[in-house]
Design a protein around this ligand. Structure first.
Ligand SMILES: *Cc1c(COP(=O)(O)O)cnc(C)c1O
Length: 348
């Protein structure tokens, strides 16, 4: 099976499992798990932030960032395809009591101008605009990479209006691999930023949230309150350290594989692929012209041992990662092309 459903589908490698088994551990809740501390320090340094905290998931990183930096009744600004808005069970509303202004954009990237227009002028009748989130890279919009200049203008506009600026960096390192702009440069001046360990880095679980020391103090309080504080988490943190040593270079290959997949299925009958698709490790395309649903197309590919994901009525997402090599990509491309041709033939 060639599994392009998500980069969460990786399995820990033997080397990673060995590092986990050997991990030195303590009690994370009392800051005495040495491996977890080492991971937090390592990621904070990578992102140029003062401090970091290990979290069970990226979802908790987003939620905690919102909880620390807003009050109930505030409003946050996100893209309408964002993970925060669509796939976090409305945690920001359910737990944080915040309203979400979701900007509609073509590829998951809103402009500084659109953001500026979304900031509410102070009024006793309006929610207070408190936080903006930038998803680098975009997940459900096909792995688009935010231009650094736009991120910085949005960051500065936010700060100018007394708002906080957050990066959902689940795949920030894929953006780094795609652009050669450092993670530090992307994160610079943002109030909160995190990376996921369980996506392209190939860990079984975990994410690290970073920011200024005073932010991390408050983030820790929420992590604890939400039940996210752990004990011998060094077992999990060891996987993260291993991934930072051994899996970062892989992200460049993943990005290249998404580009290769795009090149190989471009021109297949009935598939619509945006010219600037596959900027990182995600390729989205539409099967609408085949007159079938994305689910039907994905099922047909699955029957040929290629797993891709229907993310809309007609929209398909394929995500590359370290468990699918170049040969797998070529095979997946053949299957996708063949299925497109078959549906196209049926339609005629
Ligand atoms: C996966 C993902 C998350 C959530 O991370 P989990 O570790 O799965 O909870 C948040 N944002 C984006 C953009 C993601 O891709």
């Amino acid at each position: 099976m060639i599994d392009l459903y998500s980069d969460t589908q990786t399995r820990p490698t033997p080397g990673m499992r060995e590092a986990m088994a050997r991990a030195e551990v303590g009690d994370e809740q009392s800051d005495s798990d040495p491996t977890t501390l080492a991971l937090c320090e390592r990621v904070a340094d990578l992102l140029g932030m003062e401090a970091g905290v290990f979290m069970p998931s990226g979802t908790m990183c987003n939620l905690v960032s919102i909880l620390v930096q807003t009050r109930p009744g505030d409003e946050i600004v996100v893209d309408d395809q964002s993970h925060i808005y669509n796939t976090e069970a409305a945690g920001s509303a359910a737990i944080g009591g915040v309203s979400v202004k979701a900007l509609s954009t073509p590829a998951g990237l809103f402009t500084p101008e659109a953001f500026e227009a979304a900031i509410r002028p102070p009024a006793r009748t309006a929610p207070r605009s408190a936080l903006v989130s930038v998803e680098q890279t975009t997940s459900f919009s096909g792995g688009s990479v935010w231009p650094l200049t736009d991120m910085r203008r949005i960051r500065d506009l936010a700060h100018h209006k007394g708002m906080k600026a957050h990066i959902d960096g689940a795949r920030l390192l894929n953006a780094v691999a795609a652009t050669d702009i450092s993670a530090r440069d992307y994160a610079k001046g943002f109030d909160s930023v995190w990376i996921d360990l369980s996506k392209g880095l190939g860990c079984p679980v975990g994410a690290v949230l970073c920011g200024a020391s005073h932010f991390i103090v408050e983030a820790w309080r929420w992590k604890y309150r939400l039940g996210g504080a752990m004990r011998q988490s060094g077992i999990l943190a060891a996987a993260g350290l291993y991934a930072l040593d051994h899996h970062v270079d892989q992200l460049e290959l993943d990005n290249a594989n998404a580009g290769e997949l795009k090149a190989r299925i471009t021109g297949a009958p009935g598939l619509a692929i945006e010219p600037d698709a596959a900027q990182s490790n995600i390729l989205c395309f539409s099967v609408e012209a085949l007159g079938i649903t994305a689910t039907a197309f994905a099922e047909a590919c699955l029957a040929e041992d290629v797993r891709i994901r229907a993310i809309g009525a007609h929209q398909i997402r394929a995500t590359t990662h370290l468990d699918v090599d170049r040969a797998g990509i070529l095979q997946a491309a053949d299957v996708i092309r063949a299925q497109a041709a078959r549906f196209h033939e049926v339609r005629r």
